[in-house]
Design a protein around this ligand. Structure first.
Ligand code: DAT
Ligand code: MG
Length: 153
């Protein structure tokens, strides 16, 4: 099992898309292990997006992510990092495939609804930024044995 960081960005919250987006992760069989609605402090936004510092879109990105609440979630499953990135789609909403979250709900490159960690190493770093270890809940999911073949686990 892997755990990844998912952020529903300010546009997703303001557009009333939390339910439909969370529903996609649940329907896939992934598990919500933590969730926190919060206004993002600037220093957290800067640490989260440190790799993009200096890029032309960086200032706008920090302004956007701190402008209105986000829903931070820890999402768990086998290969959760890669599976979530696939469900999310490519960065620009207009280029993302239909069937993906960005492809179905977005048209923008910046206002693209959702963040997902891009590797297990990023996931570990980002989960540590957004959650205390105690916030991430380890529980017995009753559906797990019907989502996965025993050989998947
Ligand atoms: P992703 O979120 O798909 O991992 P990224 O890590 O390259 O994409 O960029 C982080 C965020 O920065 C992205 O979700 C939206 C914003 N961004 C990236 N490229 C952009 C661009 N060319 N114009 C405006 N915003 C951009
Ligand atoms: Mg990224």
């Amino acid at each position: 099992m892997e755990t990844t960081l998912i952020l529903l960005k300010p546009d997703a919250i303001q557009r009333g898309l939390m339910g439909p987006i969370i529903g996609r992760f649940e329907a896939k069989g992934l598990e919500i292990a933590a969730a926190k609605l919060m206004v993002v402090p600037r220093d957290l936004a800067e640490r989260h997006y440190a790799e993009h510092k200096g890029k032309p879109f960086y200032d706008g990105l920090i302004r956007f992510i701190t402008s209105s609440p986000v829903l931070a979630m820890a999402i768990r499953g086998v290969s959760a990092v890669a599976v979530c990135r696939k469900l999310i789609g490519v960065t620009h909403g207009a280029k993302a495939e239909p069937g993906t979250i960005r492809g179905d709900y977005g048209l923008s490159g910046g206002y693209n609804l959702i963040h997902g960690s891009d590797s297990p190493e990023s996931a570990a770093r980002e989960l540590d930024l957004w959650f205390r270890p105690d916030d991430i809940v380890d529980y017995e999911s009753t559906q797990r044995k019907w989502v996965y073949d025993p050989s998947d686990l």
